[in-house]
Write a protein that binds this ligand. Structure first.
Ligand SMILES: NC(=O)C1=CN([C@@H]2O[C@H](COP(=O)(O)OP(=O)(O)OC[C@H]3O[C@@H](n4cnc5c(N)ncnc54)[C@H](OP(=O)(O)O)[C@@H]3O)[C@@H](O)[C@H]2O)C=CC1
Ligand SMILES: O=C1OC[C@@H](O)[C@H](O)[C@H]1O
Length: 362
């Protein structure tokens, strides 16, 4: 099918910051192999029209979106099918609830909210209004994750899985960032766990929660530790710069060691799954954007599988959203409401164990 014959989905982009620029770039990629949808940037909303116009000229010059200086005006636009929320964590709740109230489907950036309680509110609102809602945990949608699952559980190439190690290191110390930026401002949700630890936890979940041997009702136990940018501050003021969580899954005799740090750039091979017969490493530009697998089996030559990704890879989640909306589904099966709540509850548990709060926790 040529691009012009594909069904269309019209996006309204809320917030013209970094992630929205990456996302629209992928929506506009021409002639993607396997594309199921022609994505249109129908509208953008920003704090000012000039910022919105500059964003469009730079990041999606081939599109002719309506530019709003009010998020609400975008939610009210009858030509917008789905709203993409690309704002800081702490405003996801309000932005998403407003979009849903206006009857829009929503794809909301990660973390969907600051805590599981707020995530539940968003899910309940979507359920009641009968609209689609998904957290933009884009990593789940890369073809590499499906291949990994099949290597682990269908081909069983490394035998019984014992330990998963995942590390997301980003050289972005709090002290070096602009204090007003969302990565350094506590009121905008700054901190390693919510920003990048969520990916380490997602990989562990993708690998171990999806084991066919799991007994779903048994949640893993979690032990965690954090270091803070300023250790002298109280729970409400401090910002986590490093975090490590150890998850124990007694039912499958497995464990995961998940870490995240803003103090160094992590290794390209960011994850390793150890099994009774060997290991599989996952590598890529970042743990959010995986690119290859390395299979190492005892007494065998190691094997590397590379996965070509056009653009950043945000189109995989965008295509999944489009397919669900067309089918009338309210949630996605790869990033279900239950998946989102599982991870958010674990992030809550880690924060509670380490003494880290946000004002949203109430
Ligand atoms: N999936 C991924 O790989 C990534 C995801 N993210 C996620 O995306 C979200 C946004 O991150 P990022 O794009 O880096 O952030 P930026 O600060 O670059 O952009 C956020 C935009 O949100 C808007 N905004 C709305 N309310 C506020 C507010 N109170 N304070 C500041 N800005 C506000 C602004 O747009 P305007 O002025 O136009 O209204 C701002 O430019 C985060 O939740 C983050 O976790 C971020 C990076 C990568
Ligand atoms: O989601 C993310 O992934 C990549 C990081 O650069 C960014 O801070 C984070 O929000």
């Amino acid at each position: 099918m040529t691009t012009t014959e594909l069904p269309v989905l019209r996006w309204g982009i809320v917030g013209c910051g970094l992630i929205s620029s990456w996302f629209v770039g992928d929506l506009c990629l021409p002639d993607r192999p396997g594309a199921n949808t022609k994505h249109i940037v129908q509208a953008v909303a920003s704090s000012s029209k000039s910022k919105g116009s500059a964003f469009v000229s730079k990041h999606c010059p081939s599109e002719k979106p309506t530019i709003y200086d009010s998020y609400q005006d975008l939610y009210n636009d009858p030509n917008v099918d789905v709203v993409y929320v690309g704002t800081p964590h702490t405003v996801h709740l309000q932005n998403t609830l407003d979009a849903i109230a206006a009857g829009k489907h929503v794809l909301c950036e990660k973390p969907i909210a600051v805590n599981a309680r707020d995530a539940k509110k968003m899910i309940e609102a979507a359920r009641e209004k009968g609209v689609f809602l998904m957290e933009a945990l884009w990593t789940r949608f890369f073809p590499i994750t499906t291949k990994l699952h099949s290597l682990l559980y269908e081909e069983k190439v490394i035998g019984d899985i014992a330990t998963v190690f995942v590390d997301f290191g980003l050289n972005m110390p709090i002290g070096k960032a602009d204090p007003q930026a969302r990565v350094a401002s506590k009121s905008l949700g700054a901190g390693a766990l919510l920003d990048i630890g969520i990916y380490s936890m997602t990989w562990a979940s993708l690998i171990l929660d999806k084991s066919p041997h799991r007994q779903a009702e048994e949640s893993p136990s979690i032990n965690a530790t954090m270091t803070f940018h300023d250790e002298t501050l109280n729970a409400a003021e401090r910002i986590d710069e490093q975090v490590t969580a150890v998850l124990k899954y007694p039912d499958i005799k497995a464990q995961a060691v998940c870490s995240a740090s803003l103090l160094y750039k992590g290794r390209e091979e960011f994850a390793r799954i150890e099994g009774s017969k060997g290991s599989i490493a996952i590598g890529g530009l970042a743990p959010s954007k995986p690119g290859y697998l390395v299979i190492r089996i005892q007494d065998q030559e190691e094997k590397r599988l590379d996965f070509e990704v056009p653009g950043f890879g945000f189109h995989y989640e965008a295509d999944a959203v489009a397919k669900d909306i067309r089918a009338g589904r309210l949630e996605n099966e790869v990033c279900s409401w239950s998946d989102t709540l599982t991870i958010m509850s674990r992030l809550d548990a880690i924060r509670s164990a380490c003494g880290l709060t946000y004002s949203q926790d109430g």
